[in-house]
Design a protein. Sequence first.
Length: 282
Amino acid sequence: MFLSPLPRVIVEPVVRATLLEDLGLAGDITSTAVIPADHRSRFVMAARKPGVIAGLDIARLAFELVDPAITTTAHIADGARVAPGDIIATIEGPSRGLLTGERTALNFLGHLSGIATVTAGIVDAVAGTKAAVVCTRKTTPGLRAFEKYAVRAGGGMNHRFALYDAVLIKDNHIAIAGSVAEAISRAKANVGHMVKIEVEVDTLDQLREAMEIGVDAVLLDNMSPALLKQAVEFVAGRAITEASGGITPDTAAAIAASGVDLLSIGWITHSAPCLDIGLDSL
């Protein structure tokens, strides 16, 4: 799997802010008091649970920003699947810096690997169908780029990144505009020709109204697999079909079997459990 790394200009300010949150005005007073300044150590990052790894470059940067003398050698790449005990990376350098950067590095690596892991689980569940797994804007404030990267590491795809890069007409937009057709008409009149327009519908009547005027994608919200199948057959390839709501590892296969193009899942970013990864001394 090829994953384009996140630009350092995006990553570094977030990592610096996280380190500052830990270091405050006095720094790591425990390591400074207990560990001689010239002491060096060698550690490994090891998986304690099975999962998919994401965020190695971010973890590496956390150590590097604490002390440039710390070197991190990754033994696998983001997107790799690991079993308990697998060595992910080796970290060497001044012991104080290693212990100072440890929690920030592991917080990022564990959180992002958790997202990659649950994403991969849904991707596995829908294997054999045409459905792709996509995330939403339900992300941790300040970490959206990181978390959407982790979804890609797990084999998923990204929905729109923010409010500025695509039109998504939802129920409240429709209520204020007065109808599905009116909301779509207003969007078409006010955005450029390169901007995609998607509309959320929860009934077949709304879907028919949307397709009469034309959109690029339809978000089929909280529909049963049987209703989704009817919706997909009605759309007949004229727009991208996206299922949303109630998608879990247990329900994903049946929803994907309806023929939808996308499974849109918010919890893979907002509720994924952290993957247990430890820093162990050699």
